[in-house]
Ligand binder design. Structure first.
Ligand code: F6P
Length: 549
């Protein structure tokens, strides 16, 4: 699909001119001029409320941003993705994570084959396996039920299930403790192995390719650890695999009957909905997992069907484009005011940065504008006592996405009101700031001397006018979590469509993998390395000495 460069699009030019005025707008004034601003600039979908009124936009900005989405060909690209066209052109693959959450009675024919029955056949296997593990009828080689599940995977084969298991911990089976090992650093696996009993531990080896160095090494080490206590006959009760690569799974020694497959049209960072979600199914049960899929499907239906002007992923994505390309905001901060969403920022880092951290268009030309901002963040209120200082008074404008649930999943009196008060207060403070006059009035009321007031004034002024979105849900549950993840998947898609990049490949991770393989061989011994730069040669030398000593 050929398209003019983004900066040549009429809406982009109009937005550039519009920004020349908009950059001076004060949100305080925008709120004063538009009493219906919350009603006008908020919307609900799939159990989520998005309040985007605290942004530096007016109705014309929103109309131009939506026009830019249209001129970027978003609607055709969206239709192509949902229909299973091979929009991941560099890898010649369809992008069909949305098919993973289609109901059983749906149909989606790709390359002459309806993928929905295949998806549900795997879901059925996940259901029956999880029921056996959860009920205790699946036993380890000693005849005892499983107490610990260790997922060994990295990137998309780790971040999604880990984040979701934490998010839904209050729905989890009481007998099963979930562990996630991703890092090739042996301290990661060691910390888990030192806690679990081989006779009651189930390992899930999760890797789309089943070739990833970290995962394969951890899997081999886990196998060796198991075999120190039990014999080979016990392996099938303790090792299952999730992969697209049946051959490699068999070669590893896992019975294909204990393998849960998925397909090349599921990208790693979009795979939590597939068999990669097996740890989540084990933890929360198949019914809850079905609600998780249904929540995501509800967001898919909204993204496909709602007009762009009232479309949550489109609005979230285009606001991101507004700050990235017109205000030069280099990062975006994610602030979940929910401890159980503590891994959500890390999950979004892979989702957004591996998808949209690209510098060329789908046609291979340099992108004319900045693409994916850095995504970072942590739970509130912790972030308030760490880096919020920079968000309030630093020199950059960093948009913040607040995420909160109205109802807690605990019964501790008072906490939730304090949490929500902080969440809303921070968004208010970012927007309102505090003027010099307000600081003076406040300090005079405290009888501070005039010279002291003037000395402190610059330090105590908050510029305000700092944008944020507020995402609210009634409660964090499988359905709202599913909708939330799907919202960010589609937001990522919208931005990739506007920047005209392939959001579904990740060539940028390859170079380091290849170089690491060379260095691995050098660290293992052999001739002195001299083919690198002086710095790398010297570092390898030091490590060789340490490892051999
Ligand atoms: O190296 C990046 C990456 O390919 C991610 O895209 C992927 O999620 C991760 O590695 C793990 O890959 P696999 O599931 O094939 O082990």
């Amino acid at each position: 699909m050929h398209r003019p460069s983004l900066t040549e699009l009429p809406a982009f030019k109009a937005l550039s001119a519009h920004h020349a005025q908009a950059r001076d707008w004060q949100m305080r004034a925008l709120f004063a001029q538009q009493p219906s601003r919350f009603a006008d600039l908020s919307l609900e979908a799939a159990g989520l409320l998005l309040d985007y009124s605290k942004n530096r936009v007016n109705p014309e900005t929103m109309q131009l941003l939506v026009q830019l989405a249209r001129e970027s060909g978003l609607e055709a690209k969206r239709a192509a993705m949902f229909a299973g066209e091979k929009i991941n052109a560099t890898e010649r693959r369809a992008v069909l994570h949305t098919a993973l959450r289609l109901p059983r009675n749906a149909s989606l024919v790709v390359d002459g084959q309806d993928v929905v029955p295949e998806v549900h056949a795997v879901l059925d296997r996940m259901k029956s396996f999880s029921e056996r593990v959860r009920s205790g009828s699946w036993t380890g080689c000693t005849g005892e039920p499983v107490t610990d599940v260790v997922n060994i995977g990295i990137g998309g084969s780790d971040l999604g299930p880990e984040m979701a298991c934490r998010a839904l911990r209050t729905f989890a089976h009481p007998r099963l403790t979930m562990h996630f090992v991703s890092n090739v650093d042996g301290h990661d696996l060691d910390a888990v192995l030192s806690k679990v009993n081989p006779g009651t531990t189930l390992f899930i080896i999760a890797s789309k390719t089943f070739t990833t160095r970290e995962t394969m090494m951890n899997a081999q080490s886990a196998r060796a650890w198991f075999l120190q206590k039990h014999d080979e006959a016990g392996l099938p009760r303790h090792f299952v695999a999730v992969s697209t690569n049946t051959e490699a799974v068999s070669a590893f020694g896992i019975d294909p009957d204990n393998m849960f497959p998925f397909w090349d049209w599921v990208g790693g960072r979009y795979s939590v909905w597939s068999a990669i979600g097996l740890p989540l199914v084990l933890a929360v049960g198949f019914d809850a997992f079905s609600e998780f899929l249904a929540g995501a499907h509800a967001m898919d239906a909204h993204f496909l069907g709602a007009p762009l002007e009232r479309n949550m992923p489109v609005i979230l994505g285009m606001l991101g484009v507004w700050y990235r390309n017109f205000f030069d905001s280099a990062s975006v901060s994610i602030a979940p005011y929910h401890q159980d969403l503590s891994q959500f920022p890390a999950y979004l880092q892979q989702l957004e940065m591996e998808s949209n951290g690209k510098r060329v268009t789908s046609g291979g030309a340099p992108v004319a504008v900045a693409t994916c901002p850095v995504v970072w963040g942590d739970v509130g209120t912790n972030g308030q006592h760490a880096y919020f200082q920079l968000l309030h008074q630093g020199t950059d404008i960093t948009p913040v996405d607040f995420i909160a649930a109205l109802r807690p999943a605990h019964a501790l009196a008072g906490h939730h009101a304090v949490l929500l008060a902080n969440c809303f207060a921070q968004a208010e403070a970012f927007m309102q700031g505090k003027t010099a006059d307000e600081v003076r009035a406040e300090m005079r009321a405290q009888n501070v001397a005039e010279d002291r007031i003037e000395a402190l004034l610059p330090h105590r002024v908050f510029p305000g006018n700092r944008p944020s979105n507020m995402l609210l849900m009634d409660a964090l549950n499988p359905a709202t979590l599913g909708a939330l993840i799907a919202l960010y998947e589609h937001k990522t898609f919208v931005q990739g469509a506007v920047w005209d990049i392939n959001s579904f490949d990740q060539w940028g991770v390859e170079l380091g993998k290849v170089l690491a393989k060379n260095i691995e061989a050098e660290l293992a011994g052999g001739p002195r390395p001299d083919r690198h730069d002086a710095s790398t040669n010297a570092l390898i030398e030091r490590a060789r000495a340490a490892l051999s000593g």
